[in-house]
Design a protein around this ligand. Structure first.
Ligand code: UD1
Ligand code: CA
Length: 448
């Protein structure tokens, strides 16, 4: 059931110039997920009738990420007020609450959004603004109170006089506005300010002219309302998110030997009694079963690991690695799009790509699945209990039968039947005393 009296507008059309990036700011990531997706997830929890994202014309990539929600286009970034105007076609005839959020404020929680909506209905205010008190208000618009302590106006930092700049209750950028009045108030915005922009933050003053009040809703969670304008602010919020994800992993029964060097993605799933050694990176879409140990310096993304498996140190699990129960992936082993069966071992210095490895298989050091011929990727299949000797090169497509034994140093270019010994090896040539004869001959030539 959607909340018929609520529509949410998220502003994301700004160029984000302070990021110094060719990528839209809202697509920068926290814990492997775009900023805008964090905010949308929280917004969805309010069950709004619509979520409308304001984007710039060239931002097809943002529109892809926010789908299936509606996107509108602000043709020129002329300020947050102008951005909300771009959403008006999606608000036509709508008389409920319009919640306006900034796409670069990713961590706002849905209950804070709800508090803001509730604040607008207190005392019949036309607008509610979410404020926060900061020790250092630098960079934020200031909420300037009137004599009664109510909101008089919002002044952007660049437009502040010294006295205004000293106020430290600031605008988080989130507003809830009476949908029946929004269009009318937006039409009254001007751009007579330091940045020559249409500021959404001028709305309270415009409403006040009609005798309509703005309620201030105060939040105490600074992290939730922190805006990201620079890489340094992105890094600071990444720390906040990582801290929370580590806490969650530990709450759910994982041991992190050095939590500060464990990097999680927003969706990392760890089972119980998983032990993570120092310096492990979890990219998006990693699922780890119970009792797995992930040893130091391993890098994992889009993969799953079965119960009791042992990974690393220095393992690299790439997308589609599916490691079976009790399997063992050792140091300097890279696995991609390969299923490794129960109890199988790839312990040292190997590459397994585009493969299917049965149960109880042993893959010796330095084994390479040659999966790519420069044009296509090919499959390698290895049956249960097969033994692949060290330094084997498997030229895919190739099938190695159950219980087959590939001798060390072989190049596999034909299928190996089950139970067969497969050897490709030049017969050794041994010449007794050859080295000293060779050396004597060379010496004589030099002296002669
Ligand atoms: C804004 C607020 C400021 C508040 C701060 C909180 C205004 C004028 N200022 O400042 O009071 O303290 O956020 O973080 O509202 N955007 C558009 N179109 C535009 C301009 C911006 O869609 O033309 C979007 C941006 O993509 C961004 C968001 O609006 O997601 C905020 O814009 P930004 O330029 O970062 O505003 P701040 O200077 O941070
Ligand atoms: Ca901002």
């Amino acid at each position: 059931m959607s909340e018929e009296n609520l529509r949410i507008v998220i502003l994301a059309a700004g160029i984000g110039s302070r990021m110094k990036s060719s990528k839209p700011k809202v697509l920068h990531e926290l814990a492997g997920r775009p900023l805008i997706s964090w905010l949308i997830e929280a917004a969805e929890q309010l069950n709004p009738e619509k979520i409308i994202v304001v984007t710039a014309p060239q931002m097809d990539d943002v529109r892809e990420v926010i789908a299936p929600h509606s996107a509108v286009i602000q043709h020129k970034a002329q300020g947050t007020g102008d951005a909300v105007k771009a959403a008006l076609p999606e608000l036509e005839g709508f008389t409920g609450d319009v919640l306006v959020l900034l796409g670069d404020t990713p961590l706002m929680a849905h209950d804070t959004m709800q508090d803001l909506i509730d604040a607008r209905h207190l005392d019949n205010a036309g607008i509610a603004v979410l404020g926060v008190e900061l020790d250092d208000p630098h960079g934020y618009g200031r909420l300037i109170p009137d004599k009664k302590g109510k909101l008089a106006r919002i002044v952007e930092e660049k437009d502040c006089n010294e006295k205004e700049a000293a106020f430290n209750v600031v605008n988080t950028g989130a507003f809830c506005v009476d949908g029946t009045k929004l269009a009318d108030w937006l039409a009254q915005l001007d751009n007579k300010n330091a940045q020559g922009e249409y500021y959404f933050t001028d709305l309270p003053e415009i409403a006040a002219r009609e005798g309509v009040k703005t309620e201030i809703c105060i939040t105490y969670s600074e992290d939730e309302v922190a805006g990201i304008n620079s890489r340094a602010q992105l890094a600071a919020l990444e720390n906040v998110v990582q801290h929370a994800l580590r806490q969650k992993a530990m709450d759910e029964g994982a041991t992190l030997l050095d939590q500060d060097s464990t990097y999680f993605s927003y969706d990392t799933q760890l089972g119980r009694d998983v032990v993570v050694e120092p310096h492990v990176f979890f990219g998006p879409k990693v699922r780890v079963g119970d009792n797995v140990r992930i040893k130091a310096f391993s890098h994992l993304e889009d993969c799953q690991i079965g119960e009791g498996a042992d990974i690393g140190p220095y393992a690299r699990l790439r997308p589609g690695a599916d490691i079976g129960e009790g399997a063992r992936i050792g140091n300097f082993v890279e696995v991609k799009k390969t299923k490794v069966g129960k109890g199988s071992k790839i312990n040292h210095l190997s590459y397994a790509g585009d493969g299917e490895i049965g149960e109880g298989v042993n893959i010796g050091a330095g084994t390479i699945f040659c999966n790519y011929d420069g044009f296509d990727k090919h499959q390698t299949k290895i049956g249960d209990r097969a033994f692949i000797g060290s330094n084997t090169t498997i030229v895919a497509p190739a099938t190695i039968g159950e219980n087959a034994l590939i001798a060390a140093g072989s190049v596999v270019t034909k299928d190996a039947p089950r139970d067969a010994l497969y050897v490709t090896r030049i017969k050794p040539m041994i010449k007794d005393g050859w080295v000293s004869r060779f050396q004597d001959k060379k010496k004589q030539q030099k002296e002669g």
